[in-house]
Design a protein around this ligand. Sequence first.
Ligand code: SAH
Length: 219
Amino acid sequence: MDKDPLKYKRLREAMVTRQIEARGVSDPAVLAAMRKVPRHLFVSEALRDQAYGDFPLPIGYDQTISQPYIVAEMTQALQLDPDDRVLEIGTGSGYQAAICAEIAYRVYTIERIHALYLRARRLFDKLHYHNIVTRYSDGTAGWKEESPFDAIIVTAGAPEIPNVLVHQLKLGGRMVIPVGDRFSQDLVKLVKDEKGVRTTNLGGCRFVKLVGEFGWKER
Ligand code: SAH
């Protein structure tokens, strides 16, 4: 079976042109990755034809795959180089990890829901993403053994920036994380250098909750 038929290639091209380039994302590596990764394989069969629409989609377990534009914007904000090691908190469908894996050297991704972790891991194998390392745990504590990272991307909304993640960032490292309340957040970019930490607000967004020791407490 052709996993990437022409129909989806066309939808993907339209997605990149109309939703992503049109809104100002210009990093060539990000655009190339968004043109390449078969997003329709990261959602359930019933939703495949909607995979390239301008919206998030449910992936089960009350979680979502982010809107394509948000994925592109966050990836561009990470300013990835080909030799970068990236930490992602919130594997979900695995789509964001795959986009980063097209650009960076290696992606370490953590998921707290076992079924999603398993599903993403199988998909990474099937699509030959050998540079994605998966882990099933609470990602709010980061991944100390593999730190420090060049970039950290948190794809769930946090009440505040977990300090432990800032510690696991290299000097010169970049982090993007949605910060706010349970209903809406600001997409915050953080850069760590010799002088300290600088944050900029990239604008409003809406993510599912980051649940864990340094995130929202369950219930
Ligand atoms: N990056 C994903 C977006 C998934 S939605 C994608 O491209 O599809 C956010 C995910 O974060 C959910 O799967 C949720 O279970 C997970 N998550 C929430 N809190 C977490 C935590 N503390 N550690 C790891 N994963 C977490």
